[in-house]
Ligand binder design. Structure first.
Ligand SMILES: Nc1ncnc2c1ncn2[C@@H]1O[C@H](COP(=O)(O)OP(=O)(O)OP(=O)(O)O)[C@@H](O)[C@H]1O
Ligand SMILES: [Mg+2]
Length: 187
């Protein structure tokens, strides 16, 4: 498939062909501007290709119900969305409807992403609001936000997880962490 951004002469993705199998971990490596982030968005159905198709289980995702499609993907973006809400809600927003009565799912996502250490340093722990615009709100560093964003992606527990340079702003211990991927460990 190919994809061009509106108003651009050169396509960002030109005749890409790729198969990803269930349970597989694939790393995309390339120069800045080569199209990795764009490909991540096309694979997950956030953008539709201009030419060709993206198929999931043999079905063109352009023909699948958009809500169902989005429910089955998790994307940890290169620049995570910093919601002006509590630390807890910044993770749970990955899947608000996920049952977690004893908080163990939240805790596991926090440990696996290193968010536990971020929350331990917050004045009100999980209840701290992550925005300076609020009274008693806190500011996080870029790497701390990335940890939250990885926790959000893990908490979402989707069959397809795309992580776009999720550790770029993290320190060495943050990067070295080995994240267990739920769908793989369950298989
Ligand atoms: N929103 C956009 N509108 C127009 N052009 C864009 C947009 N986002 C990316 N591009 C262009 O598409 C091409 C691919 O960009 P993309 O962000 O996918 O690259 P990348 O491989 O992720 O780069 P990096 O390593 O810097 O993250 C680049 O030429 C870029 O300028
Ligand atoms: Mg990119």
């Amino acid at each position: 498939m190919s994809f061009s951004y509106p108003g651009k002469d050169e396509p960002a993705l030109h005749r890409i062909s790729l198969t990803i199998r269930r349970g597989e971990v694939v790393a995309l490596v390339g120069e800045n501007g080569s199209g990795k982030s764009t490909l991540a968005k096309v694979i997950t159905g956030l953008y539709l290709p201009d030419e060709g198709q993206v198929c999931r289980d043999g079905v063109d995702i352009a023909k699948v119900d958009q809500r169902e499609l989005h429910s089955e993907v998790a994307v940890v973006l290169q620049n995570p969305v910093e919601w002006p809400m509590t630390a807890e809600n910044n993770v749970r927003i990955g899947r608000l409807e996920r049952p977690d009565p004893d908080g163990s799912v939240l805790a596991a996502a926090a440990v696996d992403s290193g968010t536990d250490a971020v929350v331990a340093d917050l004045p009100r722990g999980w209840d701290s609001v992550l925005s300076r615009e609020f009274q008693n709100g806190c500011d996080l560093s870029g790497g701390q936000w990335q940890r939250i964003s990885v926790a959000r992606g893990l908490y979402r527990d989707a069959p397809l997880l795309v992580a776009d340079e999720p550790t770029a702003a993290m320190d060495a211990p943050g990067r070295a962490r080995r994240v267990p991927i739920p769908s793989l460990t369950a298989a």
